[in-house]
Write a protein of this length. Structure first.
Length: 255
């Protein structure tokens, strides 16, 4: 009787240990993909759950957003310019079972998909478009990679080009072009300023012609300004009436 109870106690203890070994705990950002005798059974977690020991096998998956650095790659643009481009990709797992079952290594597979898409998209755009329309190119790459990785249970959140490295000769050419554009803009601004100034001077001349006293006031103001600067040179201005008189005499003499 005692031996029977002992055996039952041992068996019961082993059963409790066996059952207890099936408990698993996953954090909020983790999921457990359960395989029962080699076949997919379910996705469990987060928190505490139980699997059948020796029958069920669990693979843990992190569902947080992950980043992948796409190393610098040499690629050729549509206008045959060789550039180096690197980028970063953000993705997260939406279906843990697909990420484990559908692809051998979803990290490496998503990286290769992003790398291929980056080269293809750059090859479809000219250099100016690559430098100017980065947002559009990033969106196009993200759409392509997301379409490829969707069957793997991945969602591509963002693909961002970080740096575009140009050849030295192209950098010098672009610097000269930018300098020429700035010089052109400066000349246009200067010409517009001179045009505006000439219009104002023309209006002032018409106003003075209608009001000769305005010219005299300007003359007096000019003498005051010259004297305020402590100059040793004195400028004597002839009244406008003398100038007009001399002009009339000269015209009458010609007649």
């Amino acid at each position: 009787m005692d031996s029977t109870l002992l055996i039952l106690g041992v068996v019961g203890g082993l059963f409790v240990l066996f059952a207890a070994s099936g408990f698993r705990i996953d954090n909020e950002y983790q999921r457990g993909v359960i395989f029962r005798l080699g076949r997919f059974s379910s996705v469990k977690g987060p928190g505490l759950y139980w699997i059948i020991p020796l029958v069920d096998k669990k693979q843990k998956v992190d569902i947080r957003t992950n980043t992948v650095d796409i190393e610098s790659q040499e690629t050729v643009t549509k206008d045959s310019v060789t550039i180096k481009v690197n980028a970063v990709m953000y993705y997260r797992i939406t279906h843990p079972e697909k990420a484990i079952i559908s692809v051998y290594n979803f990290q490496n597979a998503s990286y290769q998909a992003a790398l291929t898409a980056l080269r293809n998209i750059i090859g479809q755009h000219q250099l100016d478009e690559v430098l100017r329309d980065r947002d559009k190119i990033n969106a196009a790459i993200r759409a392509i990679v997301d379409q490829i990785t969707a069957p793997w249970g991945l969602a591509i959140e963002l693909v961002e080009m970080k740096d575009v490295e140009l050849p030295e000769n192209m950098q010098r050419a672009m610097a000269k072009e930018a300098e020429a554009v700035r010089e052109k803009r400066a000349r246009i601004i200067k010409a517009e300023a001179e045009f505006e100034a000439s219009k104002k001077m023309s209006e002032a001349a018409k106003e003075i012609a209608l009001n000769p006293i305005a010219l005299e006031l300007r003359r007096m103001q000019m003498i005051t300004e010259v004297g305020a600067e402590h100059n040793t040179t004195t400028i004597v201005l002839m009244p406008s009436e003398f100038v007009n008189m001399a002009k009339n005499i000269a015209e009458n003499f010609k007649k």
